[in-house]
Design a protein around this ligand. Structure first.
Ligand code: GDP
Ligand code: MN
Length: 400
């Protein structure tokens, strides 16, 4: 889960990371109020969307008077910002963050990531910040500094100092940077983050070190024990289908094809995708109902999969262990009665209570094609598309 810049700064500040003073605003009026409340003579009005590179897209405005703050806020609110991270659809700005502006002497990059290969938290830093790490990695990979944190002892102050010196900081700047880096690490650890980025970590003209921009990503599987973090979720920033699925404990993955897939488990999802492709089709999406799905959840899953207009066939592939085929079958039948299903359904059920599941479907009177094996079901799904699938499988055409 991602959060907004202003939320990340508030969390980081709680761990001693120095950040500029600022306030969130949802309207032009509030933005002007924030500027007045902060005082000073220069402010930055920043679009809050879950994306970096907002500056390049016109989402960061430095203002020198109240009139400019109002104009920037009015212009940004409701505007669709397109960055290379948002994709062409962009994101609509619904919140702003108004900060006291600072005079920047240097922009540094500091990020903490979970290095899956090292199985450690890793601090990555570079002396030329303000641009994305991918760009730094291309332009000047030799300038990137790394420190791996030993989990048993946590990040040590000497490691943060090494980074600060490596970034070319001197004198009083070093201790401030150390405080920022150690604070960011503490936040990462204590809040179950998977990424914390301060880009830029700025050195100001008057010798202060501040996180001018902050980004945090959290481990979805740990949110249950971080209610204060979970509350920061902004559903407006997410694919509505993802959000709807998450509400019911389902995992939704959007793809580009025409066969909607309801499966249980990530491994089975991969196998299903392979078999669909092998039969000459392309999956439109995957909905993983997980273990122990009730008929109600299966019905919700159906609604979600069908809400994708590209779906022309639904393939249900359940290997029931903890799940029960009879419940899945009941869910399919319930969904078919509640939601108007205008596309063919192919189902393959295996495992717990499979006989009962098949009986429920057979007796429902619904037009559902059963597959005996996954290969059989995938082939029948492609045949049901009526065009032999995008891949034009010979196998599917021969059988048809
Ligand atoms: P991003 O483009 O989404 O990464 O947004 P940032 O918050 O990183 O802002 C982009 C750039 O705007 C920074 O790299 C700075 O150069 C500039 N910027 C942000 N805040 C200030 C500020 O207070 N004063 C000045 N002069 N520039 C700022
Ligand atoms: Mn930035």
């Amino acid at each position: 889960m991602d959060i907004h810049e202003y939320q990340a700064k508030e969390l980081l500040a709680g761990f001693g990371v120095p950040v500029p003073r600022g306030g969130v605003a949802y309207t032009t009026e509030q933005a002007a109020f924030r500027a007045e409340e902060l005082g000073g003579s220069r402010w930055v009005v920043k679009a809050q969307i879950h994306s970096g590179a907002r500056g390049k897209a016109g989402g960061i405005r430095v203002c020198a008077n109240e009139h400019q703050v109002r104009a920037a806020a009015a212009d940004l609110l409701g505007r669709r910002l397109v960055t290379h991270q948002t994709g062409p659809a962009g994101r609509v700005v619904q919140r702003l963050y108004v900060e006291e502006a600072v005079t920047i002497a240097r922009e540094l990059y500091v990020g903490l990531v979970l290095d899956r290969r090292a199985e450690r938290v890793c601090v990555v830093a570079a002396p030329e910040g303000g641009i994305e790490i991918e760009e730094i990695a291309q332009r000047a990979p030799e300038t990137i500094l790394r420190e791996v944190v030993e989990p048993a002892v946590g990040m040590q102050p000497f490691q943060a100092r090494e980074i600060a010196f490596g970034l070319g900081l001197r004198g009083g700047e070093v201790n401030q940077a150390v405080k920022a880096i150690l604070g960011a690490y503490q936040a990462f650890r204590d809040l179950d983050a998977t990424m914390v980025e301060m880009n830029p970590l700025a050195v100001t003209a008057d010798g202060h070190v501040l996180a001018l921009d902050a980004k945090m990503t959290f481990d979805d599987n740990a949110l249950f024990r971080r209610p204060a973090v979970a509350e920061l979720r902004d559903y407006a920033e997410e694919d509505p289908r993802d959000a709807e699925a998450a509400k019911y404990g389902l995992n939704y993955v959007a793809l580009d094809g025409s066969i909607g897939c309801i499966v249980n488990g990530a491994g089975l999802a991969m196998a299903t995708m392979d078999m669909i492709k092998h039969a000459g089709g392309e999956p439109a999406n995957f909905l993983d109902i997980g273990g122990g799905a009730s008929p109600e959840r299966v019905a919700v899953a159906f609604g979600l999969v069908l809400s994708d207009p590209r779906v022309r066939v639904v393939l249900v592939n359940i290997f029931a262990g903890i799940n029960r085929c009879d419940w899945v079958a009941q869910g399919i039948v319930q969904a078919a009665r509640e939601v108007h299903v205008s596309v063919p359904i192919v189902a393959r059920l295996a495992g717990t209570n499979v006989e009962e599941g098949r009986r429920i479907i057979a007796e429902s009177g619904l037009d559902i094609t059963m597959g005996d094996t996954l290969a059989d079901a995938a082939m029948k799904a492609v045949i049901a598309l009526g065009d032999g699938g995008t891949g034009g499988s010979r196998l599917a055409r021969e059988v048809a």
